[in-house]
Ligand binder design. Structure first.
Ligand code: ATP
Ligand code: MG
Length: 560
């Protein structure tokens, strides 16, 4: 895809062999590039789909072509309009718009007619065998299959039976339509693949019009052909299907779409199987499909990822022919880079200790001007209240610090970001010896970065005014799985044993007052802490913030 001006420039420009193929065909005079993204509306899109979306829409855009959104809705049992809506929302959120919205079910009449054409050519037949018998008859890689006893039915009988299949005269599983190819073919998919099966089920778009539904191998290529797709891009596991894809198109003498395969995206510490993600939702392990720990696009959005960061990630990982696993750290790198440019800065203290400035007048409040985004002047400034009692991070004070500790310490001086220099005069502890308060003095001449005598102070820490700060729930997310490969299990254990018990740590924070009422999803950098955004659960009374990503890559190193 082309990187738009508002995209971050990836540091690593990865190879994209599909781009090379299209470039060559354009150079050879092929003028039209038409792709499609073909999701099955049976679940939510995940980051792997995002890669496919970026490839399909991105390549079409780059070469002045078009990309359709085609719902591969050939299985009425698993599909739902809820998924159709979420898929459309996610693609648009990623920044793409389809040329046409199509459904494989739009083509059921055409597919049926073409099946009749194949029957008439003697290239398809109705088989009465059970699913079990068909499976057994298929043979193995080393042994040829067995021909069905129904394989040599006459064209007339096949036409009659196929029509009666459509009319609903038979029960589920009683008959199938199979292509008549070669039961000894070395490619198992060629051993008379099933084209249609009977499913008496209501379809989310065609209702009860049909009770026979086409199989993937028969529906997909023909749908591509109807839409005159030039580059039918799919994941690597479909490469064995390509000869069959070509066989149907040749047998039907229709528009010759071509299939190209690329390696699917795998991410460390992440699971992308729809079935297993569904289990996590159903078992209540996560809050839903959009739980920020999920690899779904809606979860990334809720967590605070930007569309540009996901596109940059797709660009960074490139398009290759060999399967590999990408470090989750790369995705986090991309969002960090983008948020650094776009997120406004705020101050928030997650693990507070109180600071009392003993020489600051009681009841006095002043406001300091803070820069919203040093990377973007147009983001302007805001006023942050300051008073006698503040919170700072507990980590920013040490009673017995090592050398080169530049933050607050007994007798030491530190700069409060945008505000004064303070010096710690006294440490107050409770009966158990926990520090409960730090008594400090301030230099009244030191506001806004200055000091009374030009002395320089190395440490700068963030703060909030205790009386003005708003208490918030803060959700800290960590990888959902502790192991790089969630499927890497010891004997007697399952992938679920690899779930990270600390994937979500709920804590509290004190945020500066300007954050009250911020809309869900608005990205912020809490200075020195990390990137955060209000969660969809946030309210004015009970603000809830998600940690999108830490400021630095911390966990990746720990896990290596
Ligand atoms: P299913 O098991 O339900 O078929 P699927 O993940 O293949 O799941 P689809 O809705 O069929 O889901 O996928 C739509 C498109 O996204 C397909 O072209 C598929 O190849 C692509 N896709 C799916 N998973 C990945 C992935 N991890 N990386 C890249 N592309 C993917
Ligand atoms: Mg699929």
């Amino acid at each position: 895809m082309t990187i738009e001006t508002n995209d971050i420039a990836p540091k690593e420009k990865a190879a994209n062999f599909l781009d090379e193929i299209i470039k060559e065909s354009v150079a050879r005079g092929q003028t039209r590039v038409q792709t499609r993204f073909p999701p099955e509306p049976n679940g939510y899109l995940h980051i792997g789909h995002a890669k496919s979306i970026c490839i399909n829409f991105g390549l079409a855009k780059k070469y002045g072509g078009l990309c359709n959104l085609r719902f591969d809705d050939t299985n009425p049992v698993k599909e739902d309009t809820e998924y159709v809506d979420s898929i459309k929302r996610d693609i648009r959120w990623l920044g793409f718009e389809w040329a046409e919205e199509r459904y494989a079910s739009d083509y059921f009449d055409q597919l049926y007619e073409w099946a009749v054409v194949l029957i008439k050519k003697g290239l398809a037949y109705v088989d009465d065998q059970t699913q079990e018998q068909i499976r057994e008859g298929r043979g193995t890689v080393s042994e040829p299959g067995k021909e069905s006893p129904w394989r040599n039915r006459s064209v007339e009988e096949n036409l009659d039976l196929f029509e009666r299949m459509r009319k609903g005269e038979f029960a589920d599983g009683e008959k199938v339509l199979r292509a008549k190819i070669d039961m000894a073919h070395p490619n198992m998919l060629f051993r008379d693949p099933i084209m249609y099966r009977i499913i008496h089920a209501e379809h989310h778009r065609t209702g009860d019009k049909w009770c026979i539904y086409p199989m993937y191998d028969y529906a997909h290529g023909q749908s591509d052909s109807i839409e005159r797709i030039t580059h039918s891009i799919c994941t690597l596991e479909f490469d064995v299907h390509r000869p069959l894809y070509d066989w149907f198109i040749e047998a039907l003498e229709i528009f010759p779409s071509h299939q190209y395969e690329f390696a699917r995206l795998n991410l460390t510490h992440t699971m992308m199987s729809k079935r297993r993600l569904l289990k996590l939702v159903q078992d209540g392990v996560v809050m839903g499909w959009d739980d920020p720990r999920m690899p779904t696009i809606c979860a990334l959005r809720r967590k605070g990822y930007t569309p540009a960061s996901v596109r940059a990630f797709a660009e960074m990982v490139g398009v290759a022919k060999r399967d590999n696993v990408i470090d989750l750290g790369k995705l986090e790198y991309c969002v960090r880079e983008d948020l650094n440019r776009v997120a406004e800065r705020r101050m928030a203290v997650l693990n507070p200790v109180k600071v009392v400035i003993t020489n600051y007048p009681e009841g006095k409040v002043e406001h300091f001007t803070c820069i919203n985004n040093p990377e973007d002047e147009s983001a302007g400034t805001r006023q942050v209240p300051f008073s006698r009692e503040l919170y700072i991070e507990r980590d920013d004070f040490m009673e017995n610090p090592p050398k080169k500790y530049f933050r607050l310490q007994p007798g030491g001086e530190v700069r409060l970001r945008y505000a004064y220099l303070i010096k710690c005069e006294e440490v107050i502890k409770d009966a158990e010896g926990n520090i409960v308060e730090l008594r400090c003095t301030y230099d009244p001449e030191s506001g806004n970065g200055s000091s009374s005598d030009g002395r320089r102070v190395k440490g700068v820490i963030h703060w909030v005014s205790a009386a003005h700060a708003v208490e918030a729930e803060v959700r800290l997310f960590n990888p959902l799985f502790v192991t790089e490969d969630p499927n890497d299990v010891e004997e007697g254990k399952t992938w679920e044993d690899n779930l990270n018990p600390e994937s979500m740590v709920v804590t509290r924070g004190w945020i500066e007052p300007s954050l009250r009422g911020a809309a869900a999803g608005t990205p912020f950098q809490f200075e020195r802490v990390g990137y955060f955004c209000p969660d969809t659960d946030t309210t004015d009374e009970h603000p809830v913030f998600n940690r999108t990503v830490t400021l630095k890559d911390s966990w990746a190193k720990i896990n290596k």
